[in-house]
Design a protein around this ligand. Structure first.
Ligand SMILES: NC(=O)c1ccc[n+]([C@@H]2O[C@H](COP(=O)([O-])OP(=O)(O)OC[C@H]3O[C@@H](n4cnc5c(N)ncnc54)[C@H](OP(=O)(O)O)[C@@H]3O)[C@@H](O)[C@H]2O)c1
Length: 285
């Protein structure tokens, strides 16, 4: 039987697929754009269309699958968007569903992940929630434009610290769990990097590596929201979820460090400096 990886073209899904393949698992890589997935993975995986807003795509995606990596696409701000797929998965003999949740979610009912976790638990499908800290990939993804073009980090995190983790490490932790579903039945893991940094420290690391002066702009929440919605044209629902997350971050919720990644994989998580060095082109002009 195969492992279904949703969001296979995304930050985490991509690494979940690769790590599962290394463990010798058969993978169904799923997402709304099968051509995109084909370009990324070629013939190494089975490829299916899966769109959480199109229930007609669910049966095919779940065919011959006994484990599921489930992620919530960032623009789907309501948990209701994900429920029909989980509901459908109940009809299949699923040994484990591993949902990409959020660090601290057990004490924070506002982000959609809280309700999605509860919905999965009530579904009766064995689960292993993955609650990672902020991804290092945010810096090279959504926030790279300001770094490249304006030498500026434009994130409303105040002076708070964040225990960033590399999506590749998250992928490894998830694949490890999926490979041994009985051991991880009905569990939740908070996985973080090994150090908590503020964005001044992130700016210093990027300045050293790029040999440019990169500064942390420390915008207010409203300024950030207006900029990303009006100037950058990003999805309103996505930006609103991130505003809620940065409110929590400012309260210190993103700085905790756990050793759960080490306990799962026997490896130390990558540092931000290593990540930035390996991805230097993302920050270069
Ligand atoms: N960023 C962080 O710091 C952080 C920290 C903790 C948790 N998280 C959570 O992680 C999740 C995001 O993971 P990610 O960064 O790996 O995602 P991502 O890179 O933004 O990728 C999104 C994936 O979802 C697919 N997708 C888009 N619309 C879809 C639909 N209607 N139905 C099914 N799939 C769809 C996309 O396919 P296409 O490529 O074809 O569009 C893509 O594969 C979010 O729930 C976020 O809250 C993020």
């Amino acid at each position: 039987m195969k492992v279904l990886v949703t969001g296979a073209s995304g930050n985490v899904g991509y690494h979940v697929v690769n790590q599962l393949l290394k463990l010798g698992e058969e993978v169904t890589a799923a997402g709304p754009d099968t051509q995109k997935i084909q370009k990324i993975f070629g013939n190494k995986v089975s490829i299916v269309e899966l769109d959480f807003t199109k229930p007609e795509t669910f049966d095919n995606a779940l065919y011959e699958v006994d484990r599921i990596f489930l992620m919530r696409p960032p623009h789907l701000g309501s948990p209701d968007d994900i429920y029909p797929f989980i509901e459908k998965a109940k009809n299949f003999n699923i040994k484990l569903i591993s949902f990409l949740s959020l660090m601290g979610i057990e004490k924070n009912t506002i982000p959609p992940h809280f309700k999605i976790e509860k919905f999965i638990e009530k579904s009766g499908i064995p689960y292993a929630h993955i609650r990672p800290g902020f991804f290092m990939q945010n810096l090279k993804g959504v926030h790279a434009i300001e770094i490249k073009e304006k030498d500026m980090i434009f994130i409303p995190a105040g002076n708070s610290k964040t225990s960033f983790i590399d999506a590749e490490d998250i992928g490894l932790a998830i694949a490890t769990i999926m490979h041994n579903p009985l051991k991880h039945k009905n569990t939740a893991y908070t996985i973080t990097g090994a150090q908590a940094l503020d964005y001044y420290q992130i700016a210093d690391i990027l300045s050293n590596l790029t040999k440019r002066k990169i500064t942390y702009a420390k915008p207010g929440l409203l300024k950030y929201r207006n900029y990303y919605i009006k100037k950058r044209g990003l999805n309103r629902s996505y930006v609103n979820v991130t505003v809620a997350l940065y409110i929590m971050t400012r309260l210190g919720t993103a700085k905790g460090i756990t050793n759960e990644f080490f306990k799962l994989t026997g490896k130390q998580p990558r540092t931000f400096e290593e990540f930035a060095r390996n991805n230097i082109e993302a920050f270069s002009k």
